[in-house]
Structure formats: structure tokens, C-alpha cells
Design a protein around this ligand. Sequence first.
Ligand SMILES: [Zn+2]
Length: 306
Amino acid sequence: MVLLNRAFEEENIKTFFSYGSCVTQRVYGAIWAAPYDVKAVIIRSLSNSCDMNPHTGVTYYEDSITKIPIAAVSTAAADALSYFYSIEGPLSVNFELKCETLPDRLSANVIAETKGNEFSNRIIAMGGHFDSWDEGEGAHDDGAGIMHCFEALRILKKIGYQPRHTIRCVFWINEENGMRGALKYAELSELNNEIHVAALESDRGGFTPRGFAMDSVLLSRAKNYQDLLRPYGISELELGGGGVDIGPLKKQNKNTQLVALVPDSQRYFDVHHAETDVFENVNKRELELGAAAVAVAIYIIDQELD
Ligand SMILES: [Zn+2]
């Protein structure tokens, strides 16, 4: 049995970079280990908190390579295994997996939209994903994201804003396990000759918003608003929008400007893909600030792009 125990690099201020450099051990661990006559792989959960919860996620197999079991243990358990190994040498470990892959079921994206009064055939999409891993409720990943966007639509209506473009709020399905909702959405969008001017994704948790990551055309326009955003703590504007669910739209039309809401990332991996990702761990005020930030971003996009 092999323990893959690469820990998050704590020097990264943005924890998603730490996640990115560790995630390969979960995604490819079973493929890496199989040629070495390994019976099973244990991985350190992808989290920078020391907790007792396994954090799950996508793992890959290849048909040409023996499929061996792979399981995530909590960061605390990984530290304990590593410590006992350093003292006692080879350990005897038993684990029992009860997970299974069930047959596919029909599912759907959920969409709400309000028509634009100037470019009704040009769409600004915003959303997140409707599915989650079954350990927790997916409250931050990605219940918060879809509520950010749904609430942003409500805010814009409430203040009587007349959008120039059609604003569409999308709850994409199946992001965690194949992104079939995003692919189907892009496929139908192309079939219907829809033009997406921009697409915003919120999939980084319901934490205090700091700003936005954007593609370059939009970024250069949004910088004119930076002084207005500063009092609300959302003036961090960085290059590089995008997200799993909106990525396929960019593949179709390279002019579509992708945007990501960027909240503070320090606590995201405390709950990510774990049983602690529940509604009780979402702070109401932080969630509301995120929704307001999305409404602001949609306003800027709607005003600045044609
Ligand atoms: Zn997510």
C-alpha cells in the first residue's frame, strides 16, 4: 500500500494554487501506483486544515492499467500514518470502501433569464453548479455560487435595472463528475446560434468577495471602476477569468469574456468536498456580499461590452 502525502504549500496566499499543485495525487494516484504491484493507494486529503474528515473528488483510471482502490484519509490521519511509519517502519493498514458508481439518471440544467432591451439576442450568462459530492451538502461547492447568481438577478430586478443584454442565470449540473451540463449547454447554445458576450462563474465558495478574475478585454474596461469597487473590498481585478462550467463557451467563441468571482480563499479547503460543506458553515453576510459583488460585475459587463 502506498501513502501519497504531499501537503499544501502554505506560502501561497491564494490556496487554489496549493490545491492545484497537490490535486494530481488524487486524480492520478491509482494510475501512478498500479505498475508497482501496489494493492491500494491512500492519499492525504487536499486541504490545508488539520481535520478528521476525508475530502473526496475526481480520480481517474485507465483501462490499460490495473484498477486499484484509492482512498482519501483526513490530513490528521495522513500525518499520523506518516509519523508512525517514521518510528516503526512498515505498518499494517486495513480499509473498507463502501462507495459505488450508480447508473446514470436523467438530470437537467436550471435556467432563469431576463431579456435585454438593446441586444436581446446577446447573452451574459452567470452561474455555478447544481451538483455536489455526497459527503456534505455542497453548500459552498457550489450552493453558494448558484445563489450568488440567482440573488444577483433578483437584486438587478429589485432596483429596476433594465439590462441591455439578456441576462441568464444558469445552475449547471454534473460539474463534479463529467461536466455534462456545461457541455450540453454549450452544444445547445451553438445550435440555437446564441452569442455569449460574457459568462461569469462563481465556484470558489461563499466567502467574503475580494474581486474578479477576467479576460483581458473586459479587464481593461473594468479597471475604470476600480475606485468605485474599493470601498466594498472588491477591487482586486486580475487577468484570467474562467471556470469549469463556462470554459466550453470560450472554446466555441474566443471573444466571449469569461469572469470568475474571487472570494477570499483561506477557508475554502476547510470544507471542500468534505462532510463539513454544509449550510451551517456558510456565513449569511459573506454570502450576501458575494451576491452583491456578482450583481456589480454583471452591471459592468452589461454597460461595457456590446
Ligand atoms: Zn465546485
